[in-house]
Write a protein that binds this ligand. Structure first.
Ligand SMILES: Nc1ncnc2c1ncn2[C@@H]1O[C@H](COP(=O)(O)OP(=O)(O)OP(=O)(O)O)[C@@H](O)[C@H]1O
Length: 281
C-alpha cells in the first residue's frame, strides 16, 4: 500500500520542486488559431495520488491532458514523467516513456467486438515485437496471464471472455482501467471517465481509480464534471478558468464556493465576488 504523499505544502498546492517520480508539468501553454486555450499550466501528481481537474466547458482541461499524453503538441512548457523530460526525448526513448502514460476517456476506447481479455492484452502490445502485435488470437501466454490478473484486479475476471459490447458502461470503464494496468502505466490520465455512467457506477469507478492509485502506485489525474465526486475522491483539486489555473490545493482546503465559481458566467462571478466581500467574516 502506497501512502498518500504529503503534497501541496506550497501555497499553490504544487510540490515545491520538479518531481523525479510520477508526473510534473510546468508552464504548459497551447493556442489554437492564435487563441490561447491553455496558459502556464502546472501540475504535479505523485505516485499513489489522485488529482482532479475541474472547470467549465472550454476551460482547457482536455487540452492539458492531451498535451501531456502527446495527442496535442504544446507550444511551450515541460512535461516530466518519472523524471524524464518528454519534451527533450525523441524516437524510441519517447515512445517508451509515453507507454508509461495511459489514458481513459468518457467515450470508452475499446474494441467492442473483441473480448475483455483481448482488449486488456492490447495494453501490453507495446512490449511485443511488431509482427505479433496485430494478431489478436496470438497474444503470448504470459501476456494473457498478466491481462487476466489485471481483470481480476478490477473485479472482472469472470467476464474475461465476454465481448466488450456485452458489458455495461461501468464494466467497460473497468476494462479500460485493467488495460492501463496491463500497459504497466505509471500515470493514468482520465478525461471525464465517469460522465457517461449512472451515479452508482460512477462512484464505483472513482473508488476503483483511487484504490489503483494507492495500491499500484499509479499517479492519477482525472478531468471531472462532478465537483462533489471530485471533492470526495481526489486528494487535490486543480480549478481551470479560461485556460489558466484558478486554484490548486488539497480537496479539504478548497471551499465549495470556490469550486462553484468556476462554473459561473463572468457577470454572475463579479456579483458573487461583490456579495462575498460584503459578508462580514
Ligand atoms: N483541435 C482544436 N482546434 C481548435 N480549437 C480547439 C481544439 N481543441 C480544443 N480547442 C478549443 O480549446 C478550448 C479548450 O478546449 P478543451 O477541450 O481543452 O476544454 P475542456 O475544458 O476540456 O472542455 P469540456 O469540459 O467541454 O470538455 C475550447 O475553446 C476548444 O474549442
Amino acid at each position: 500500500m502506497i501512502a498518500v504523499p504529503e503534497s501541496g505544502s506550497a501555497a499553490n498546492g504544487l510540490a515545491p520542486a520538479l518531481s523525479m517520480r510520477g508526473l510534473s508539468v510546468r508552464g504548459l501553454s497551447k493556442e489554437f488559431g492564435g487563441r490561447i486555450v491553455l496558459q502556464d499550466f502546472d501540475l504535479d501528481v505523485a505516485p499513489g495520488e489522485v488529482v482532479a481537474l475541474l472547470g467549465a466547458n472550454g476551460s482547457g482541461k482536455s487540452t492539458a491532458l492531451k498535451c501531456i499524453v502527446g495527442i496535442e503538441r504544446p507550444d511551450s512548457g515541460r512535461i516530466l514523467l518519472e523524471g524524464a523530460d518528454l519534451t527533450a526525448l525523441t524516437d524510441r526513448a519517447l515512445i517508451d516513456a509515453r507507454m508509461r502514460t495511459a489514458m481513459v476517456f468518457q467515450q470508452i476506447h475499446l474494441v467492442r467486438r473483441r473480448t475483455a481479455l483481448q482488449n486488456v492484452c492490447s495494453g501490453g502490445l507495446g512490449r511485443l515485437s511488431l509482427g505479433r502485435s496485430f494478431i489478436w488470437a496470438a497474444f503470448p501466454r504470459t501476456l494473457r496471464e498478466e491481462a487476466m490478473a489485471c481483470l481480476d484486479r478490477v473485479g472482472l475476471a469472470d467476464r474475461a471472455h465476454n465481448r466488450v459490447a456485452a458489458l455495461s458502461g461501468g464494466q467497460q470503464q473497468r476494462v479500460a482501467l485493467a488495460r492501463a494496468l496491463c500497459q504497466r502505466a505509471a500515470v493514468l490520465l482520465a478525461d471525464e471517465p465517469v460522465s457517461a455512467l449512472d451515479p452508482a457506477a460512477a462512484e464505483q469507478v472513482m473508488a476503483l481509480m483511487v484504490d489503483l492509485a494507492r495500491t499500484e502506485g499509479l499517479a492519477v489525474a482525472a478531468v471531472l464534471h462532478q465537483p462533489e465526486l471530485a471533492r470526495r475522491h481526489a486528494d487535490r483539486l486543480v480549478g481551470l478558468r479560461d485556460g489558466r489555473i484558478d486554484f490548486a490545493g488539497r480537496s479539504a482546503d478548497i471551499g465549495a464556493e470556490q469550486v462553484d465559481g468556476l462554473y459561473l458566467a463572468p457577470a454572475a462571478r463579479s456579483v458573487a465576488h461583490h456579495d462575498q466581500k460584503r459578508i462580514p467574516a
